[in-house]
Design a protein around this ligand. Structure first.
Ligand SMILES: [Zn+2]
Length: 252
């Protein structure tokens, strides 16, 4: 991909960054990333990936902007209430970096469409908020051998990991084999969520995504980073692969 003077200036702070540099920025610019969910986690994630010049960003979401989203979903503004989240997101991301191709999938991920939507992506980032979609994203990504960055939040705390089970580590189903019992894990609408929490977790997703795309550093495979906003604590725990995992036991 050719570099113009303006590309060099736009990416200047990454081009001089140790462990990233020209080769890393070049790999990021050639990459195709699919983001599930243009909400709380997807907002900072998509902004930072567009700002970093990811070649193509695919967005999958069938939702519309609600006034109660604006407290944390910073892709969407007051004038966007009632609009499709994807249209609203594409407008902001294109304004931030017109060089990024935005591909819109205005639908919910289903067994029928998952493989077609994910195929061809170099990386999948899951910012959705329900167990079924997350499990489907994990199964499909594992089958297609697409690295998965997955984060989740609850009230004041969040968690994030990277799953590439064909390299020998766990997949998301090894860690979360069954849905949490109803009532134990409230969704954002009933349990509430601190506005900047998706900012923290979505930004951590962007860090892991840029590492995976560029080859920098040590991704969070086999580890989970836990953030507790109320206690102001962050810690990393090890994750184990389940030998009998129905998703990844045959993959490595
Ligand atoms: Zn597994």
């Amino acid at each position: 991909m050719a570099w113009t003077e303006s590309d060099l200036e736009r990416h200047a702070r990454h081009l001089v960054l140790p462990d990233l540099g020209g080769p890393g920025v070049g790999r990021i610019r050639a990459a195709k990333v699919l983001i599930l969910g243009a909400g709380g986690l997807g907002s900072p994630l998509a902004y930072y990936l567009a700002a970093a010049g990811v070649g193509r960003i695919g967005l999958c979401d069938d939702d519309h902007v609600d006034l109660s989203n604006l407290q944390r979903q910073i892709l969407h503004f007051t004038a966007d209430v009632g609009r499709s989240k994807l249209e609203s997101a594409a407008e902001k991301l294109t304004a931030l970096n017109p060089g990024v191709e935005i591909a819109l999938h205005p639908e919910r991920l289903t067994e029928a469409n998952a493989e077609a939507i994910l195929r061809g992506s170099d990386l999948l980032c899951d910012g959705t908020d329900n167990f079924e979609t997350r499990a489907l994203a994990n199964r499909t990504a594992a089958r297609l051998r697409i690295p998965l960055v997955s984060a989740a939040m609850e009230r004041w705390s969040g968690q994030i990991s990277v799953y590439r089970p064909w390299l020998g580590g766990p997949c998301a189903a090894c860690v979360f084999p069954t849905p949490t019992a109803p009532g134990l894990a409230p969704d954002c609408a009933t349990g509430g969520v601190l506005g900047p929490l998706p900012g923290v977790m979505g930004s951590l997703m962007a860090v892991e995504a840029l590492k995976l795309l560029s080859g920098a550093g040590e991704p969070l495979d086999g580890r989970m980073l836990l953030y507790d906003g109320l206690d102001a604590r962050m810690r990393v725990v090890g994750l184990a692969k389940r030998p009998d995992c129905p998703v990844c036991s045959g993959l490595g």
